[in-house]
Design a protein around this ligand. Structure first.
Ligand SMILES: N[C@@H](CCC(=O)N[C@@H](CS)C(=O)NCC(=O)O)C(=O)O
Length: 252
């Protein structure tokens, strides 16, 4: 991780003229939220796809041997910052683009529901992806029957209290909205219709629509690059469990 010595000025969230590169593999997973945030920030960015076959030779040059990595280039000074760890990248971009709320109250609300989306996604990966073939279908039943509905219920309760604005925090976009909409893509693609539908979770449905119809993000979701990654996910995850990636494109 190559943060410059004087991080105070680098992290002061002034209006720097920057461009960004997201280094990740050719699928959504942990690359999806950083890419979405760059759309919401109307940033100048590109998607650097790491070929899986070349990854073993490159792994040692990554700070923690993993991707995603965000590269920020200050266009005025030419200085670069390399940031690993998806959570750090997401919070950094959210802060840069004013997506962490404007007060401590707003920030903590965003943090809580951001954390919930991260925890749910970690459970999904542990229960369904990194598991044995023999128990995957049983784990899917438990995820769709208990884990996902519990998360949906908690989100609905808060979103309703917030007036069903399509946001977790008042009437403004925060990291929590964006992370939630991103992780929902995966669950919508599963056989989750009983849980994820406009009658059972009207407020989450509205949040998903509010995020996915943001013009810059909607354009990214319709891009060839995004479609290519959809295909990779369909082939890879679809080989492990029933999945139809088209179902994640309800609104864009
Ligand atoms: N805690 C890290 C985990 C990153 C991670 O495990 N990335 C995986 C892809 S999803 C990876 O780079 N795998 C390649 C490897 O481990 O060699 C983060 O959140 O960024």
């Amino acid at each position: 991780m190559t943060l410059p010595a004087s991080t105070a000025s680098t992290l002061s969230y002034d209006n720097k003229d920057c461009k960004y590169s997201v280094f990740y593999f050719k699928f959504h997973a942990l690359g999806a939220c950083p890419r979405a945030l760059l759309c919401f920030g109307e940033a100048q960015w590109d998607n650097k796809v790491q070929d899986l076959s070349e990854w073993p030779q490159i792994r040692d040059s990554a700070p923690f041997g993993t991707l995603p990595i965000l590269l920020e280039t200050d266009l005025t000074t030419g200085k670069t910052i390399e940031i690993p760890e998806s959570g750090a990248i997401e919070r950094y971009l959210a802060r840069m683009f004013g997506l962490l709320g404007d007060t401590a109250r707003e920030e903590v609300l965003s943090d809580v529901f951001y954390a919930q989306a991260v925890i749910l996604d970690t459970k999904y990966i542990e229960m369904l992806r990194c598991t044995f073939e023999e128990i995957r279908m049983k784990a899917l039943e438990q995820f769709l029957g208990t884990t996902l509905p519990n998360w949906v219920k908690a989100c609905e309760r808060h979103l309703k209290e917030n007036g069903n604005t399509g946001h977790f925090v008042d009437n403004k976009f925060t990291l929590a909205d964006i992370k939630t909409a991103v992780v929902l893509d995966t669950y919508l693609a599963l056989d989750s219709e009983k849980v994820l539908n406009p009658t059972n979770c009207p407020c989450l449905w509205k949040l998903k629509k509010t995020v996915d119809t943001h013009p810059t993000y909607a354009a990214w979701r319709k891009s060839e690059q995004f479609k290519d990654m959809d295909e990779v996910v369909q082939a890879g995850v679809g080989a492990l469990m029933p999945l139809d990636i088209k179902k994640s494109h309800i609104f864009s």
